[in-house]
Design a protein around this ligand. Structure first.
Ligand SMILES: Cc1cc2nc3c(=O)[nH]c(=O)nc-3n(C[C@H](O)[C@H](O)[C@H](O)COP(=O)(O)OP(=O)(O)OC[C@H]3O[C@@H](n4cnc5c(N)ncnc54)[C@H](O)[C@@H]3O)c2cc1C
Length: 351
């Protein structure tokens, strides 16, 4: 079979890798509109020549998936140090504890409203964890680029995998064969197309229906800020709960072996499109000063702005695609890297 994977984000890469490895006679084509792989987990080269990630990221807590990464992709993982936290006005809440609180709230709500059967989800869905102590979100020693690079190396080593980069699929026709129509005008005929819920495709047509796709656009925007001095307070990952401008912050200096002092600051779309980048940098400076991350007169320069638009296919439409013919077209649900991996690995009985 000739199988096209649309998108080269981590979830597509994993699915393509497992399929290519298990089916050496199948021909696998991984397509992406960008000239690089990794999707939202793309990387850049820093001033000192180190590969650094471009978005503030966290991996959800899931020991089974962490173990798979260590074994299959030879990754060395470590817990965030200090803890990843939700930052409130008056106190910070560890990420892992918030997750536990959400789980117990979910159970309590279902119990109080008589929806006992929903509590079964706690045993099957990766986002629920009842464990109170010892939950640590883990991450690769050199950042998420390690995972993407390791997956790319493994895929390159397989002779039945080919990358088609810089091409955008606009429409998919599912008939006896599956035809992909590219924005650039060409067409590609395959036996099956696999896409994730983060796909910018206009329509999927089959003999019985035409599905016009509607997506929610979510822009992920990050300022890369650099300082000539190290930061006074260490941030692994902060998710801000009450700020109107900043969404999250990560210190990624470790990805340059501490040769540079780098912060990635995630900015919410509304302020990004209504303020200038200088105003936003100044806003970040005040915020970081108030939180004791930098001191007066410490330099803080914006060296890059990353804007990555993503397009999430709505749930009803995702189901319609999967109802066409799973032998010919399949959509994998993926709004979180670890949960996306968990579902694929469970389905393949690998965890
Ligand atoms: C900046 C950012 C930060 C995030 N942070 C986190 C986080 O901290 N933790 C977490 O778990 N999740 C996070 N997410 C969610 C993220 O979407 C998922 O983790 C994961 O990236 C989903 O993987 P994916 O392979 O489905 O798609 P993506 O990584 O979104 O990649 C999709 C790729 O497919 C390409 N593509 C889409 N449509 C087409 C088309 N028609 N033709 C050709 N190419 C196409 C896109 O250009 C893109 O390169 C973040 C997302 C973004 C954008």
């Amino acid at each position: 079979m000739k199988i096209a994977f649309i998108g080269s984000g981590p979830v597509s890469l994993l699915k393509a890798y497992l399929h290519a490895k298990g089916n050496p006679n199948d021909e696998i084509i991984i397509i992406d509109q960008h000239n690089r792989v990794g999707g939202a987990w793309y990387s850049d080269i820093s001033t000192s020549g180190h590969e650094i990630e471009c978005g503030c990221h966290i991996w959800s807590y899931c020991p089974e998936v962490y173990d798979f990464f260590k074994k299959e992709f030879e990754l060395q993982l470590q817990p965030f140090n200090p803890n990843a936290v939700f930052v409130g006005k008056h106190f910070n809440l560890p990420y892992s504890l918030k997750n536990t609180i959400n789980t117990y709230t979910f159970i309590a709500k279902n119990t109080l409203t008589g929806k006992f059967s929903r509590n079964k989800e706690v045993r099957t869905e990766p986002m629920w964890h009842t464990r109170i102590f010892g939950k640590k979100n883990q991450y690769p020693l050199k950042g998420s680029v390690e995972l993407i690079n390791s997956m790319k190396r493994k895929l390159d080593a397989l002779s039945n995998v080919e990358f088609l980069l810089g091409k955008q699929v606009d429409a998919i026709d599912v008939m006896t064969k599956v035809t992909l129509a590219f924005r650039e005008g060409e067409k590609l005929e395959v036996d099956k197309a696999i896409l994730t819920s983060v796909s910018e495709i206009k329509e999927v047509n089959s003999a019985s229906k035409k599905i016009e796709l509607v997506q929610d656009r979510r822009d992920y925007i990050h300022l890369l800020l650099s300082s000539n001095q190290s930061f006074r307070k260490k941030i692994s990952y902060w998710r801000l709960m009450n700020d109107n401008v900043i969404h999250r912050i990560s210190d990624i200096s470790y990805q340059t072996e501490n040769k540079e002092n780098l912060l990635l600051v995630g900015i919410k779309p509304d302020p990004f499109y209504s303020k200038s980048e200088d105003e936003l940098t100044e806003y970040c400076r005040h915020f970081l000063l108030n939180k004791g991350v930098i001191v007066q007169n410490q330099s803080l320069d914006r060296i890059k702005t990353h804007v990555f638009p993503t397009y999430y296919i709505k749930e009803g439409l995702r189901n319609q695609i999967n109802n066409i013919d799973l032998q010919k077209i399949e959509l994998i649900h993926s709004t979180d890297l670890i949960y996306g991996f968990f579902r694929i690995l469970k389905k393949e009985n690998l965890i």
